[in-house]
Design a protein around this ligand. Structure first.
Ligand SMILES: [Zn+2]
Length: 136
């Protein structure tokens, strides 16, 4: 199974023990969401939904998770965003780059968001360019 390009969501009371690929399970009761890594490796990704971790936005037909999902602790080291039910894959990174981004994780996600928001301050795209150049 290859990389998924989209994900469905399902509200549940309890996160099931066995997850189906391509489904983001959301438990509002336990303020957590879980899905199988979208690269197809089968690892279970748990994304707690709270102010310090992830924010879930329900658009009706689809959901977004913010910030990005970085599975640095898995062998696949997948990194992607879930936006409107679509998987936006980030480029593969080296361990050194991952260590760097982990530090910047919050900023990284905010920069991504700002690239789709034209009203953001000018400094943010510049920072984004700087980071892209850094990774070249
Ligand atoms: Zn994976």
């Amino acid at each position: 199974m290859g990389q998924q390009q989209s994900v469905k969501h399902e509200y549940v009371e309890y996160i099931p023990e066995h997850l189906q690929p391509g489904i983001l399970y959301i438990s509002l009761k336990y303020k957590t969401a879980s899905h199988l890594c979208c690269c197809g490796c089968g690892h279970k990704v748990v994304t707690p939904l709270n102010a310090a971790k992830w924010a879930l936005t329900d658009h009706g037909k689809s959901v977004s998770l913010f910030p990005s999902v970085g599975n640095w602790s898995f062998p696949c080291k997948s990194h992607y965003w879930i936006k409107h039910g679509q998987i936006k894959w980030a480029a593969k990174m080296s361990d050194k780059q991952i260590a760097h981004v982990r530090k910047l994780d919050r900023a990284d996600a905010e920069i991504y968001a700002s690239t789709t928001d034209k009203s953001s301050k000018d400094i943010i795209p510049q920072l984004w360019l700087w980071i892209r150049n850094f990774f070249k």
